[in-house]
Design a protein around this ligand. Structure first.
Ligand code: NAG
Ligand code: NAG
Length: 723
């Protein structure tokens, strides 16, 4: 018995050891290689077999040794350095005392070359396009990186100035401190100069004071007691500064009686809250990808996901550029072209307060500040989910030296519990059918923080061929200091130009317009724009018990003016970009339509100076013939522009656009009447428009995708318990 007991104990010991070893082996972190995870997780869900990496860290990127692999790849660090040294020895720069490079970017090769290029072919010549100011004159140059040839580009009569450099913005903010009167104005307001921070505010163009020199206006805030200095404006104090010499030209100090709003309750940093103030409303949440992500990013910029392939890069002015977006046809397996290039071309943000310290606030964030330059590194787990991949931007400083903006773009798959398509049968048919497919999408995201405001731009690709372009607005309002701390003090006749959102703080009414450049190439570059007008139609007497119905009347736009579209709720249309020479099986032209949303339109007078500069928002949709020089809706030189080089001016030429290589422009608009919830920082407001296939596919392109089943998904509850 004794011996038996020993054997039993020994056997128990051995089996425990084996079990422990097995358990240890099974719970070892396994690489996210699809096969291994698949084999293991089909056994049972009891163990946490696949441990997702805490963060999908991007592969280490060696920017210093990066080489271009695709004709559209952005300039590499080595190429930036080459451009810089080529320019340094160029007579224009050699002989100058002062110069600044306002933009250095790839001069994209001609479209036909890019379209014909295949992986493995030699790259077309690599060129940079440089915007420089030399001795206070703006120049546009192209630099052939291989041959070293530098050419000056004919730009015509230039009104306006190039995008500011980061150095312009930084130095402008501190320049007023060199002025004793300015210092005195600040101290007289009771603000310690060490608590001061000042913002460079683009001036727009109104006439005399903006003529013949590059100027900027500076307004300041007290940083005392909060990170949210935007809520503590030193109201009415405006400094006009020469942006080239950094000399103060004029100081206007009109708001001395207006108190600086209190710092209390303005901070938005979680770390400043004590544990009683912190508020937890939901449990932690994230999505699982037991077999790893379904997308790859090849050659640094080529994104491949599900049925989509496209080229992705960062740009100092546009932010994100999507190129060569193609979708695989489920019938033929071929990759079909949808869009040659899409990006944020310009923003227009006019404030609605005509008084002295406010009238000029009519920002154009891409052409003035650089939408990409203002895109800060994304915050993993919060800006983008755990399964995100991050891409950097490489930009040029004013002296031509490249620098890396890390984690500027993220790419991730989204499953938000939405439905791709579904149908279930009611019992009245006697059939038991329930077919549902989950919707999984791929998101490309960036977030620009243009001073106080944050813009989140998403390009979301769906497997059904739809592309959703979404803009989210968050960040902090630009507010006005006020002597009122309650609405009961405000005379009924008085216009606040906004909403009192906290004591002494007015959120000023403003608009946001975000204009997208959409070079659609639907199955090739020659496309037409078709307005499918929905018309109220009456039946003839006696024809039908119905009196009216609506019918769809197709009008092909012949010239640009036919394609200037103001959206109308009671005279609606669909807007298709079709390829007239490619028909579906049953004879419809293949196409994509833009599905409008975010439809606020500018109410400013067309002759108001800001609206002339922002005239690209006069219509929500425009179509122009492709022209490589017409990409920036507000013009190449937007800063202090007079509106002579906008999309509206180009479109007035009324060029032919039927069955041609065309570009569609869409403007998302938001009116923003601030409310108290926007204080001290705004919950995100967003709107989006869609590019949706219309008769592009022969049938539902995701008919054959499988539904989710329990066995494909890890059991997170058990995993947590076993951990
Ligand atoms: C203004 O104040 C700043 C900060 O104290 C100081 O550095 C600067 O010299 C002052 N400017 C003048 C002209 O006194
Ligand atoms: C291309 O655009 C530039 C800039 O607007 C313009 O000067 C030129 O005439 C355009 N070319 C054509 C063919 O429209």
């Amino acid at each position: 018995m004794e011996g038996n007991g020993l054997v039993r104990r020994f056997l128990f010991f051995i089996s425990t050891v084996i079990l422990l070893v097995l358990l240890t082996l099974l719970s070892l972190p396994t690489p996210p290689s699809g096969d291994k995870a698949a084999v293991l997780d089909s056994s049972k869900n009891r163990f946490h077999l696949y441990k997702p990496k805490l963060l999908r860290k991007p592969a280490p990127r060696h920017h210093s040794v990066a080489v271009p692999l695709h004709p559209l790849d952005p300039l590499t660090v080595a190429e930036f350095n080459k451009v810089r040294s080529l320019l340094a020895s160029h007579p224009l720069f050699r002989s100058s005392s002062t110069f600044a490079l306002h933009s250095v970017a790839l001069d994209e090769p001609e479209k036909q070359l890019v379209v014909r290029w295949r992986k493995g072919n030699p790259l077309p010549p690599r060129k940079a396009v440089v915007v420089a100011r030399v001795n206070d004159v703006s120049h546009v140059l192209t630099v052939d990186i291989e041959t070293g040839e530098v050419n000056q580009v004919e730009t015509g009569p230039i009104s306006g100035y190039p995008m500011m450099t980061m150095e312009d913005m930084t130095s402008a903010g501190s320049a007023p401190l060199a002025n004793a009167d300015f210092n005195r104005s600040i101290t007289e307001r009771g603000v310690d100069l060490t608590d001061l921070t000042c913002l460079p505010i683009s001036t727009g163009w109104y006439g005399k004071s903006e003529e013949n020199r590059r100027v900027i206006k500076i307004q300041c805030y007290s940083m005392k007691g909060t990170a949210n200095f935007y809520m503590r404006p030193i109201e009415g104090l405006t400094v006009l500064l020469d942006l080239d010499t950094k000399k103060v030209l004029e100081i206007t100090d009109k708001g001395r009686n207006i108190p600086i709003p209190k710092a209390a309750n303005t901070d938005y940093r979680f770390s400043t809250l004590n544990s009683q103030q912190q508020m937890k409303l939901v449990n932690p949440i994230s999505i699982e990808q037991p077999k790893g992500p379904s997308f790859t990013i090849e050659d640094d910029h080529q994104v491949k996901w599900a049925n989509w392939e496209f080229h992705l890069k960062a740009d100092p002015r546009a932010g994100v550029i999507i190129s060569r977006a193609t979708v695989r046809d489920p019938e033929t397996g071929e990759l079909r072209s949808v869009m040659y290039k899409g990006f944020t071309s310009e923003l227009f943000v006019p404030y609605m307060d005509p008084t002295d310290a406010w009238y000029f606030k009519t920002y154009m964030d891409a052409g003035e500040y650089g939408f990409g330059l203002q895109a800060m590194p994304l915050d993993p787990l919060n800006d983008c989910p755990r399964n995100a991949y991050y891409m950097d931007g490489v930009f040029s400083a004013a002296d031509g030296r490249p620098y890396v903006r890390s984690n500027m773009i993220c790419v991730f798959e989204r499953y938000a519990g939405d439905i791709g398509w579904r149908h279930s049968e009611s019992p009245i048919t006697g059939m038991d059918v329930r077919e549902v497919r989950p919707k999984v999408t791929l998101v490309v995201r960036m977030a620009a923080s243009v001073a106080n405001y944050d813009y989140i731009v998403d390009w979301e690709f769906q497997t059904d061929g739809l592309i959703r372009v979404k803009v989210g607005l968050s960040g902090i309002l630009m507010v006005k200091g006020s002597s009122y701390d309650n609405m009961n003090q405000v005379n009924q006749q008085e216009d606040l130009y906004g909403t009192l959102i906290s004591e002494n703080v007015i959120g000023v009414i403003h608009d946001h317009y975000v204009t997208f450049y959409l070079d659609m190439d639907v199955d090739g570059s020659d496309n037409s724009f078709v307005k499918v007008n929905l018309q109220k139609t009456f039946t003839s007497p006696g024809e039908s018990p119905r009196r009216s119905f609506l019918k769809a009347v197709r009008n092909v736009a012949k010239t640009e003016k036919d394609a200037q579209v103001k959206l109308k709720l009671y005279d609606p249309s669909e807007f298709h970009v079709i390829n007239p020479s490619k028909l579906t099986r049953v004879g419809n032209p293949v196409g994509y339509k833009v599905v409008p949303a975010g439809t606020a339109a500018s109410l400013l007078d067309l002759d108001d100076p800001p609206q002339k500069r922002g005239a690209f928002t006069n219509n929500q949709i425009w179509v122009t013939p492709y022209n490589q020089s017409e990409q920036w809706a507000g013009g190449l030189f937007v800063y202090q522009s007079q509106g002579k080089d906008t999309l509206a001016v180009w479109s007035e030429r009324d060029r032919e656009i039927e069955n041609k290589d065309i570009v569609m422009w869409y403007t998302l608009g938001f009116h923003h009447v601030p409310c108290q919830e926007d204080f001290p920082i705004m919950p995100t407001v967003s709107s989006s428009f869609d590019l949706k296939p219309v008769n592009f596919f022969e049938r539902n392109p995701i008919l054959r995708i499988p539904p989710n089943t329990d066995k494909d998904l890890p059991n997170c509850e058990a995993a947590a318990a076993s951990a």
